[in-house]
Design a protein around this ligand. Structure first.
Ligand SMILES: [Zn+2]
Length: 505
């Protein structure tokens, strides 16, 4: 995420019950039936906010432990009814136990958990591997109790059918961008399917409940095969996705490898522009009024993609989509990020421009979020501080004329302070709790990285970043791992700087 305007929003939900059937993944789903209100279903999936107070603690060591086994595979077939604003889908999950612990239960994080009642489970079954003994749902999770444990090295194939009734993007109680759902000119499907969270040997399943600000989900790298169609569609709908697809007989088909998420964004208004960077196609999806600003976003994204590929390691996907968002802030996903129309509105045509710095920031998330994962709830600095400092690296390398503005208005104006290793759950009594979080994790985090770079020197700093990216590729990095690897790249005493910026050191 990039930069949130703190607001208090009121969540308005339209509840519905879609068809309950246990469909096979190879069968194409039918159009969703007329939605019916279902307060019961909503109550079952209402997430509870359970703050986890106190400073973060490193909770695990990097995964996986059996790397030769395949990553989880998600094979999803989905139909979006553009008129009913609902989705009917079937999903097959092939999951290998790549750890050392037998697994007696597998939880599925059930799609848009922040929008209770919008995800309706039709059915879930096991078609290969251990049978299911019991299925329960609570707090955004589908808990699958297995008849016998899934042993290390063994796989299970799950068939899940589900429906979504998309919420309109209206006021919510969360001080966060409303990404999932619809507006008149944009439908976004993000975190829209059930997925298996990471499992950490000796520690258990790694998932969290949402907080009023910040991201809370932790994703394992997975492979995706998606078939998607539009029903009852308005004319001229354009589909943006995490990876370029093919359209055949009305079905869009996508293959995405080694990614954290698969997302879609649909609009009748997108102006589409693209630019080639090596083997990667950068494509922008922009509302017509902002076509000129969209060209600048395309240029910035292409430049930063090329730069970060050189510094942090090659970009892994064939495409990167940039979608002008009909909501506030920016938001990163694998192979696709959103950038608020507010940034386009205020774009001033120079480099001293939040639209430019945020485009560089969200591009950096393809490394610090997608390629190198982290626990976004307990150690958010591992992606957000690195992405904010990557903005600096972008300006320094390519547009140094923007640096004085960047320091003055992106960072120092907010007088950054607070522990860089803050969590999204740290209870605060301040009116602008999000700002305290951002000032610590994003801004003070960037100040820390700049001071660290000055301390150990450019050569060691960039060698470390490249090594950190390579060592943690397709894994979930930790703060402990960050500093352990850092100590291999420098003999400098880091005690003072760690105490200055981090709690619990
Ligand atoms: Zn971010």
């Amino acid at each position: 995420m990039g930069f949130v305007y703190a607001r208090t929003l009121l969540l308005f939900l339209v509840l519905t019950l879609l068809s309950a059937c246990s469909a096979l993944p190879t069968r194409l789903p039918e159009a969703s039936p007329s939605p019916q209100p279902s307060p019961t279903a909503a109550a079952q999936t209402t997430p509870t906010q359970t703050p986890e107070p106190g400073p973060p603690e490193p909770v695990f060591t990097p995964t996986p432990t059996l790397p030769d086994l395949p990553a989880p595979l998600y094979n999803i077939t989905a139909s979006l009814d553009d008129t009913a604003r609902s989705v009917s889908a079937v999903e097959q999950i092939v999951y290998f136990n790549r750890g050392r612990d037998p697994l007696g239960e597998i939880p599925l994080v059930a799609g848009p958990v922040m929008y209770p009642g919008n995800f309706q489970l039709g059915g879930v079954s096991s078609s290969a591997g251990p049978a299911l003994k019991n299925v329960t749902t609570d707090a955004g999770l589908i808990r699958l109790e297995l008849a016998e444990p899934l042993q290390p090295g063994q796989s299970i194939t799950l068939e899940v059918s589900f429906g979504l009734y998309l919420p309109t993007r209206v006021e919510s109680t969360y001080q966060r961008p409303m990404v999932f759902g619809w507006s008149d000119r944009q439908i976004n499907l993000v975190d829209w399917y059930a997925y298996v969270p990471p499992y950490i040997d000796g520690s258990g399943w790694l998932y969290h409940q949402p907080a009023p600000y910040g991201e809370h989900q932790v994703y394992e790298t997975a492979d995706f095969t998606v078939q998607f169609q539009l029903l009852n569609a308005r004319a001229g709908l354009v589909v943006a996705a995490s990876v370029p697809g093919q359209e055949l007989n009305g079905w869009y088909q996508y293959e995405l490898r080694a990614a954290r998420t698969f997302v879609l964004s649909i609009s009748p208004d997108y102006v589409v522009q693209s630019k080639q960077v090596g083997s990667t196609t950068v494509t922008t999806y922009t509302f017509p009024l902002h076509a000129l600003a969209g060209e600048r976003v395309l240029q910035t994204t292409a430049e930063s993609l090329e730069l970060y590929s050189r510094l942090f390691g090659p970009y892994p996907h064939p495409g990167l989509a940039v979608v002008e968002a009909d909501f506030m802030d920016g938001m990163e996903f694998s192979g696709l990020f959103f950038l608020s129309n507010g940034f386009y509105n205020l774009s001033n045509g120079t480099q001293a421009d939040f639209m430019i710095s945020l485009a560089a920031h969200e591009t950096a998330h393809q490394w610090w979020f997608d390629m190198v994962g982290n626990d976004q709830a307990l150690e958010p600095w591992l992606d957000e501080a690195l992405c904010t400092y990557s903005e600096y690296i972008y300006y320094e390398a390519l547009h140094p004329e923007g640096l004085p503005w960047w320091w003055a208005y992106r960072v120092n104006y907010y007088e950054p302070r607070g522990p860089v290793n803050d969590t999204i759950y740290n209870p605060r009594h301040e009116v602008y709790a999000y700002r305290a979080y951002r000032d610590a994790v994003y801004l003070n985090g960037a100040v820390f990285l700049h001071e660290l770079r000055g301390l150990i020197g450019d050569e060691a700093f960039f060698a470390f970043l490249a090594d950190y990216s390579a060592q943690n590729r397709e894994k979930i990095a930790t703060s402990a791992g960050f500093f352990a690897l850092l100590s291999e790249h420098t003999s400098a005493d880091l005690t003072t700087i760690r105490k200055k910026y981090f709690t619990g050191q």
